[in-house]
Design a protein around this ligand. Structure first.
Ligand code: ARG
Length: 227
């Protein structure tokens, strides 16, 4: 629909999943977080109005493919598999996976979780790695990590695999949780962009580089992550 596209030209529509503190989460009824602040700056640099659309994490890529969203910003890890359907900007953050368990749980090493039930957020790298390493049948995928945490407290699952900073965030707000460090590979977060949108990709890469060089991204991250 060419007409709709024309009308949307002054707007940057960003798909996200606001269940992922500190990158995107709901506070006082508003979507906030590192990605949202970066998106704001980005839109301003591109002279566009920002429109943030909250959706299931697992639908972000298809919403970009269908043109419903221009970009995805959701602490999204660059993977070979995803690169088959979308492009990624240059990375703007790094992460790894950690494992959350109930604080009264006896597990200390990740190997002890073989044969146990692992909870994940559907479609995330933690979901994919867990299924690879612990077997599909041992993994329960949730739409939201908060639902996985509830299930773990109710004894329905034994552990949760999740990105480090988000995991630490849930941990620091909940004394009923503790973590197992994991040996998982480093991941890089980047902005997802449609394959046929090379011009936007270039502009976004330039903007990210500027925001990295002038300290904008660092300042935003430091606001949310106390190290
Ligand atoms: N980094 C992981 C991935 O790309 C998890 C991202 C989850 N993000 C979110 N907003 N829920 O798969």
């Amino acid at each position: 629909n060419v007409f709709a596209q024309e009308e949307k030209k002054d707007t940057l529509t960003v798909a996200t999943n606001a269940t992922f503190p500190p990158y995107e989460f709901i506070k006082d009824g508003k979507i906030v977080g590192i990605d949202i602040e970066i998106a704001n700056k980005l839109a301003r640099k591109l002279n566009l109005k920002l429109n943030v659309v909250d959706m299931e994490f697992n639908t972000i890529i298809s919403s970009i493919e269908s043109g419903k969203a221009d970009i995805g910003m959701a602490g999204m890890t660059v993977t070979e598999e995803r690169l088959k359907s979308i492009n990624f900007s240059m990375p703007y953050a790094k992460s790894t996976q950690i494992v959350l368990i109930n604080s009264n749980s006896k597990f200390v090493k990740i190997e002890e979780l073989k044969g146990k039930k692992i909870g994940t957020q559907l479609g995330t790298t933690g979901d994919i790695y867990s299924k690879d390493d612990f077997g599909e049948k041992n993994v329960q995928s949730f739409d939201k990590i908060s639902d996985a945490i509830l299930a773990m407290k109710n004894g329905k699952i034994d552990a949760i695999m999740i990105d480090q900073q988000t995991g630490e965030n849930y941990l620091s707000n909940d004394s009923a949780l503790k973590k197992i460090e994991s040996p998982y590979v480093e991941e890089e977060y980047a902005i997802a962009i449609g394959k046929n949108n090379k011009e936007l990709l270039n502009k976004i890469n330039i903007a990210i580089r500027e925001m990295q060089n002038d300290g904008t991204i660092k300042a935003i991250v430091n606001k949310y992550i106390v190290t």
